[in-house]
Write a protein that binds this ligand. Structure first.
Ligand code: FRU
Length: 607
């Protein structure tokens, strides 16, 4: 039942409707109260509405419909815009709510000017004020030991920096929906790379634009003048054009102040983004690497505020079938020995080996001015899955470690994966090293040692022979979908050694060591929900070192499978969306038999 009564607001007659926002034409637009009677809504026509809030609560909860076009929302206090954002305000159905904080209004009355949202939309009935926003996990496919945002959209990891026992993780974040938009830097901290504490947004969009990807450094010597030990963040201010800006924190990342002379670096290039800043010990200068279309540009600075162009890298090097993004630059020992080489990481989208996004890298030398690739004819990929992108490393990591983190998704379908409350998780953290194979230097990604702390007591299966097929029926007594498998396979004649993670619904992720063409393959075509995108149902493959015996570590967490070669030869990261957790293994041999030795299944849980 709709109750309609006449009331007076600001001297005007208007309708108050509960249950349905009703229109009442009074010459100056039509005004209604939403189901939440503290909201007075005037529809002005042409998709524009004014929402007046006299006594704002902490949040205005905005109803979102993912299929809807974006509406523009301006939060106005005393005639000034204090926040503007784009939201897919629900037209016909509400998929979920997002909280719009009104705290900055400090109790003053708020006007919300909404554009591009038709007056008849369901959002007007469903919008409500609240002092709380419920972030309790409602997603069965939310990972447990991989980082994911409490709600909303996440892409690239940003600004990763270690300081005073804390790993900071910032990330490309949309707090106003689970699809890309309104880029902020979200923020979380961890002491063990496993348990993450969500912190408030660190850097929000401003008049220079959205806050795109970037990096942080600890300015231990106060070269920038913002304070000894300040955390300095570099990000791209993105509007029509892209430019680099700086923000600093003198309270261990809890709050950031934007530098008043932003932007600090501009260009006439359309793609000019994702600053990664490192300290170059030899030349005693800061170096910034930027992704600029099809190349990387290097700049140097004595003080983090003024930057000088040094060189460009990219022409004729590596893969170029897409835009270069999110670079990184670091030095690593080769084969653990005294010799060191520089690694230049360059994410590319599209143009990855399996379509869409991927991470390539170059190995060579860097003198503080110019990076020289030692093998220009070779394209090297850091991970052979389809869901490993925007990979960068922690600045200032302890014990000389180089720890990388990837966004575990792919721009081909990231916006459509079957979750709602949140979208996207990161990979597990990986320690990087360099190794030599056939005279070439490659990057190995090994699960960071912290991940061992996730292990509960293993179930060990004594070695068995796979002549044709063999089943391990139950992996965990409670099928949680969060486990690590360690196994070694040894061919006794088999030329293809297959094994599949299966559930009782007939869904499976099939993996195989193919000794005919020397590849490890992961096939997710039957893994569960795959039809949300044409390019999801696929198999990915990694080149294998020669030999007959292979050891593997598999990390499974609700919606992902990450495979790591025991010797660091390859890493492969793929998303999967099973309708029930995988909880059995099926082994199949082709062309002869193989032996599985050392099969261990560890239930994984946060310490
Ligand atoms: C990579 C990227 C970056 C950009 C950010 C925007 O995924 O496109 O180049 O800074 O995402 O969210």
């Amino acid at each position: 039942m709709n109750l309609i009564k006449k009331t007076a607001l600001h001297g005007k007659h208007m309708c108050v409707a509960t249950g349905l926002a009703l229109c009442c034409w009074l010459g100056m637009g039509n005004t209604a109260y939403a189901a939440d009677t503290r909201l007075a809504i005037e529809h002005l026509g042409d998709g524009q509405s004014i929402v007046r809030i006299e006594h704002p609560s902490s949040y205005l909860l905005l109803p979102v419909e993912e299929g809807a076009e974006e509406s523009k929302v301006y939060v106005i206090v005393n005639n000034e815009v204090i926040k503007n954002l784009n939201v897919r305000l629900a037209r016909k159905q509400v998929d979920y709510f997002v909280p719009l904080s009104l705290q900055a209004a400090n109790g003053q009355s708020v006007v919300v000017n909404v554009q591009l949202a038709p007056g008849g939309s369901i959002c007007w009935d469903e919008m409500k004020l609240s002092d709380t926003f419920d972030t309790t996990n409602r997603e069965p496919l939310r990972p447990t030991y991989h980082f994911s945002p409490a709600y909303g959209w996440m892409n690239d990891p940003n600004g990763m920096v270690y300081k005073d026992g804390e790993y900071h993780l910032f990330y490309q974040y949309n707090p106003y929906g689970s699809m890309w938009g309104n880029m902020h830097w979200g923020h979380a901290v961890s002491r063990d790379l496993l348990n993450w504490e969500h912190l408030p947004v660190a850097i929000a969009p401003d008049a220079l634009g959205a806050i795109f990807s970037g990096s942080c450094v600890v300015d231990s010597e106060n070269t920038a003048g913002f304070g000894k030990g300040a955390i300095i963040a570099f990000y791209t201010s993105a509007s029509e054009r892209q430019m680099q800006s700086l923000a600093y924190s003198t309270d261990n990342g809890r709050t950031f102040k934007k530098y008043e002379r932003n932007p600090i670096l501009t260009s006439d290039q359309r793609d000019f983004r994702d600053p990664k800043v490192i300290w170059h010990e030899e030349t005693q200068r800061w170096i910034m690497v930027l992704a600029v279309g099809q190349e990387l540009q290097l700049y140097s600075s004595p003080n983090l505020r003024e930057w000088t162009y040094e060189s460009s890298f990219g022409e004729g090097e590596g893969a170029h079938a897409g835009v270069w993004e999110c670079p990184d630059l670091f030095e690593l020992p080769v084969d653990g020995g005294p010799q060191k080489k520089w690694v230049l990481v360059c994410n590319i989208n599209p143009g990855g080996p399996f379509g869409g996004s991927a991470t390539q890298y170059f190995v060579g030398s860097f003198d503080g001015k110019r990076f020289v690739n030692e093998s220009p004819a070779l394209t090297k990929w850091m991970d052979y899955g389809k869901d490993h992108y925007a990979t960068v490393t922690w600045s200032n990591a302890p014990d000389n470690r180089t720890i990388a983190l990837a966004w575990m998704s792919n721009w081909e379908y990231a916006n459509f994966v079957p979750t709602k409350q949140f979208r996207s998780a990161n990979s597990v953290p990986r320690d990087l090293a360099l190794f030599t194979r056939n005279g070439q230097t490659y990057l190995s990604s090994t699960p960071s040692p912290e991940l061992l702390k996730l292990r509960d007591k293993a179930t060990t299966t004594s070695s068995f022979k796979v002549a044709r097929t063999h089943k391990v029926n139950t992996l965990l007594p409670q099928p949680t979908g969060t486990f690590e498998i360690e196994l070694t396979v040894q061919s006794n004649g088999a030329n293809v050694m297959r094994f599949a993670l299966c559930n009782s619904k007939g869904e499976e992720v099939e993996m195989r060591y193919n000794l005919l063409d020397h590849h490890f393959v992961m096939d997710r075509r039957k893994s569960g929900q795959v039809d949300f995108s044409k390019s999801f149902a696929t198999a990915t493959s990694a080149p294998l070192a020669s030999g007959k015996t292979f050891t593997l570590r598999l990390f499974v967490d609700k919606c992902s499978v990450e495979a790591f070669d025991g010797k660091g030869g390859f890493a492969m990261t793929n998303l999967v969306f099973p309708s029930e957790p995988y909880n059995s293994l099926r082994f199949t041999a082709e062309g002869g038999a193989y032996t599985v030795t050392n099969l261990k299944v560890y239930p994984l849980r946060l310490p």
